[in-house]
Design a protein around this ligand. Structure first.
Ligand SMILES: Cc1ncc(COP(=O)(O)O)c(C=O)c1O
Length: 450
């Protein structure tokens, strides 16, 4: 039975017309000339169409925290799709939407228990930015329209997200149309001062004071919100310096500015706690999440808001009118909500956040053991996130990491690369043998690639 299915998959893959699918964030021409295709996934592993097992060192795209194809989630999705495929949440409701919100609220920092649902990280970010603006307006401070992000920040691909984001490649083609009134703090990474830091770098807390400088320039009373990723993933794994996030929190509080943590990657266990906010002991006002919220089995994103933000917007709205003109057809989609509840059950029952915390020291030791391998110029990590930055080839940035990525893939390990940085964020279910497999393969790749 399996052999027949496998043979069918391979034949289908060989006959596949690759021309129609315009692939996102992909070198389309390069990929289509030599495609890398998966057909199955289970636990820590993918299976390629030619039947090779590939260990997933990035949890898909930083999202499959409980490992692939969890049966409880698959059943929840199938059951819900046949019970009630869709119900609107505009002026109507269904119980799963409320249950999912309660369940997510349980693991959010205290007081951040009002949950707005979206379908992706990008939508969660744009929702959070709009909630911040609506909040200030509702409390009579409608002049607070400015938003502050950070260089190298990644907040998805909506116009709001790329405007507060700080990744040049994601902005430059759209630069004339970015939203106005946005400024950026400097990125916190300094290889010069903090190379090969284990966990949070000791250097760099003073970079938070740049926020004060920017606020003075614009007048703090014009600023609505500051948004940062507590740990940045997509820009190449940037770990906040010790004390940095605490300082941002103090400055925002002092000036009545909302602090938004974009936890699309860090939410649901990546650092060994439910959220990075909990891990760092710093509570934002709004928190965005997506990805692992339902183990990425179906699209879902969300914003957690402090109760006071919800109350301000709702209590200042018209008596029987809509208070926030924002929402998505699929906000709290029943199937996504069912998957969310099933995923949260798994996280709790298997204590996966604690497991991530237990595995983090082993992961740290293994990744830092790559120091001294060819072209490795920095290694950084926190929880189950890690990055290995390579020296770039003269005039060909990104090609060395791409070659290393390809070498790993051919040898059974899927890593992620951004520029010349290799990134790791494995499912939280991994054990020591997986860590060994991942990093011994990466070591061999670094030795093979010139
Ligand atoms: C911090 C952060 N915010 C937002 C996003 C965007 O999420 P999505 O791709 O689901 O729109 C990502 C995606 O990686 C992310 O890492």
């Amino acid at each position: 039975m399996n052999n027949v299915t496998d043979a069918k998959h391979l034949q289908q893959a060989q006959e596949l017309d690759l021309s129609n699918f315009w692939m996102p964030f992909t070198a389309n021409k390069q990929f289509k000339a030599a495609p890398r295709l998966f057909k199955k996934a289970k636990g820590m592993y993918y299976t390629t169409v030619d039947d090779r097992q590939v260990i997933d060192a990035v949890a898909g795209l930083w999202c499959v925290n409980a490992g692939h194809c969890r049966e409880e989630i698959a059943h929840a999705i199938a059951n819900q799709a046949s019970e009630m495929d869709y119900a609107p949440t505009f002026q109507m409701g269904h119980p799963l939407a409320f249950e999912a919100a309660s369940r997510v609220a349980e693991v959010m920092p205290a007081g951040m228990d009002r949950i707005f649902f979206a379908n992706s990280g990008s939508e969660a970010v744009d929702s959070a930015l709009k909630i911040a603006l609506a909040y200030h307006r509702a409390r009579g401070e409608g002049q607070r329209t400015r938003l502050i992000g950070r260089e190298r920040g990644y907040h998805g691909v909506g116009f709001g997200g790329i405007s507060v984001g700080g990744i040049v490649a994601n902005r430059k083609a759209f630069s004339a149309n970015l939203i106005p009134g946005v400024d950026h703090m400097p990125a916190t990474l300094s290889i010069e001062h903090a190379a090969f830091s284990r966990g949070q770098p000791a250097w760099g807390a003073h970079l938070a004071d740049e926020l004060e400088r920017i606020l003075n320039l614009h007048d703090p009373s014009t600023v609505a919100a500051v948004i940062v990723e507590p740990v940045a993933g997509s820009a190449g794994v940037l770990i906040p310096p010790q004390g940095y996030l605490q300082r941002l929190r103090e400055i925002c509080t002092k000036h009545g500015i909302l602090l938004i943590f974009d936890e699309v990657i860090t939410g649901f266990g990546r650092l060994g706690k439910a959220t990075a906010s909990e891990y760092f002991g710093v509570t934002p006002d709004l928190l965005t999440m997506a990805k692992a919220i339902n183990n990425a089995a179906i699209p879902m994103g969300a914003v957690a808001a402090k109760r006071e933000i919800y109350d301000t917007i709702v209590n200042n709205g018209p008596a029987n009118g809509i208070e926030l003109f924002h929402g998505y057809t699929y906000s709290a989609h029943p199937v996504a909500a069912a998957a969310c509840l099933a995923a949260q059950d798994i996280y709790e029952r298997e204590a996966l956040f604690e497991r991530a915390a237990q595995m983090a020291p082993k992961f740290e030791a293994a990744i830092h053991d790559l120091k001294g391998e060819p072209y490795v110029k920095d290694i950084r990590n926190l929880g189950l996130v890690g990055g290995v930055e390579l020296e770039s080839r003269e005039g060909q940035p990104g090609t060395r990491a791409y070659d290393a990525f390809l070498h790993c893939f051919k040898n059974g390990v899927m890593v992620r690369f951004t520029g010349d940085i290799l990134a790791f964020s494995p499912p939280l279910i991994l054990d020591e043998s997986h860590i060994d497999q991942i990093f011994s393969t990466v070591r061999a790749a670094l030795r093979a690639v010139h």
